[in-house]
Design a protein around this ligand. Structure first.
Ligand SMILES: Nc1ncnc2c1ncn2[C@@H]1O[C@H](COP(=O)(O)OP(=O)(O)OP(=O)(O)O)[C@@H](O)[C@H]1O
Ligand SMILES: [Mg+2]
Length: 381
């Protein structure tokens, strides 16, 4: 069992609070991604889990055992960094062997020349070599073991860094943006390799990224962090389709969520600049209540200009291969919206006036504080 329990972690650097009471339960064998904008405290949280940083308050438990007094080496956790952190003067073989050598050989046995003749070292070295070779084979870098990091590509370096974590056979892996130095194609490839590795090992993975595609495609759960707080923790589908607040909805999704300021009318219907949208709020609230409507590009459909729905002018297209993003400007409010169309469908020309229909089932509504409000199709239409 390698579940991780994080309870009320707080950390400040000087007077700046960086973690403001973070709590999270990570299940044994789970792959959880931590996403959030730059500076929100992701690396700090990971470094506290690894024991590289000390929290001001709160606790970390691994498999039911408190980690707080343990140094990094005693935590049964391996960390993989964005910068690889390989020793440049050592070969890949020696780099991967480092954690095993530190654990199993004494100071004299570790010396390059003396160590070879030191009693007891040869059998241990042989065993270490076997484990390094097995990890290298698993990561497809067996042919690179005698090279130095400087003679490797970015992807190969990242594999070597993974190898060094792998040989420790830790209960949990912590990864801090391990793919962010790689080019787009290699990232996609390494993404599936890391997922495969997770399935093979069955260990707990905590993966920090600010690439939401990585988080959404690789993880069993995603934790969205902002300003030192966890805003929401859930499956990728929950985070995308059922965000608890506007900040989460705006952070997740590519292209970004469309937002539309609206007001509640006397019948509970939503109006944008007086225009009805075909949506209503089932909950009670004051007339004139300000509501932000969150509309993913797929919650909008082109429709004939009509009484319900929005009247827009097409301001541009963005071809993405199988689909096209159509950019629109709302008539009256000059608000910008984007929706997705099939690349093979007939597209309205730039400058053309079109109607846009909002799919009530996919619409998200938020109150003035950004908290989620239930919304439904306007009754009696
Ligand atoms: N050792 C330190 N001393 C002072 N401030 C620090 C230290 N480490 C981090 N910080 C600050 O704490 C905040 C959170 O940093 P952290 O590295 O955890 O962010 P992050 O979410 O990992 O960001 P990024 O996505 O850019 O890596 C930042 O404002 C950063 O400047
Ligand atoms: Mg970071």
């Amino acid at each position: 069992m390698a579940n991780i329990r994080i309870h009320n972690l707080q950390k400040s650097f000087g007077n700046t609070p960086v973690l403001r009471g973070v709590g999270l339960d990570i299940g044994d064998g789970e792959f959880i991604s931590l996403v959030g904008p730059s500076g929100c405290g992701k690396s700090t949280l990971l470094r506290i889990l690894a024991g590289l940083e000390r929290q001001d308050q709160g606790e970390v438990h691994l498999a039911g055992r408190s980690m707080d007094a343990l140094p990094p080496s005693a935590r049964d956790i391996a960390m993989v960094f964005q910068s690889y952190a390989l020793y440049p003067h050592l070969t890949v073989r020696e780099n991967i062997a480092v954690p095993l050598a530190v654990r199993r050989l004494n100071r004299w046995q570790r010396l390059p020349v003396v160590g070879r003749w030191w009693p007891g070292s040869s059998a241990t070295r042989h065993a270490i070599d076997g484990e390094v070779s097995a990890a290298a084979k698993q990561l497809d870098i067996a042919h690179l073991l005698d090279r130095k990091p400087g003679q490797l590509s970015g992807g190969q370096r990242q594999r070597a860094a993974l190898g060094r974590a792998l040989v420790r056979r830790p209960a949990a892996f912590l990864m801090d943006e391990p793919l962010s130095n790689l080019d787009a194609n290699l990232r996609v490839q390494m993404r599936s390799e890391i997922t495969a590795l997770h399935r093979q090992l069955g260990s707990t993975f905590v993966y920090v990224t600010h690439d939401q595609t990585e988080a959404m495609t690789m993880s069993t759960r995603v934790a969205v962090m902002m300003g030192g707080e966890l805003l929401q923790v859930g499956t990728p589908a929950q985070i995308y389709f059922d965000p608890v607040e506007l900040r989460v909805a705006e952070f997740i999704g590519q292209p970004q969520l469309n937002t539309l300021p609206c007001e509640r009318d006397a019948q509970g219907r939503l109006r944008h600049h007086g225009q009805l949208l075909g949506l209503a709020l089932p909950s009670a609230g004051p007339v004139g209540q300000r509501v932000t409507l969150g509309l993913r590009p797929e919650a909008l459909r082109l429709a004939p200009v009509g009484r319900l729905g929005l009247s827009c002018q097409v301001s541009g297209h963005e071809h993405l291969g199988s689909e096209v993003l159509v950019w629109l400007t709302l008539q009256g409010s000059e608000h910008r919206l984007v929706l997705r169309c099939d690349a093979l469908a007939a597209l309205p020309a730039r400058g053309e006036t079109v109607g846009v229909h909002v799919e009530a089932a996919r619409a998200l509504a938020f109150d003035a504080q950004g908290q989620r409000l239930p919304v439904e199709a306007q009754p009696h239409v």
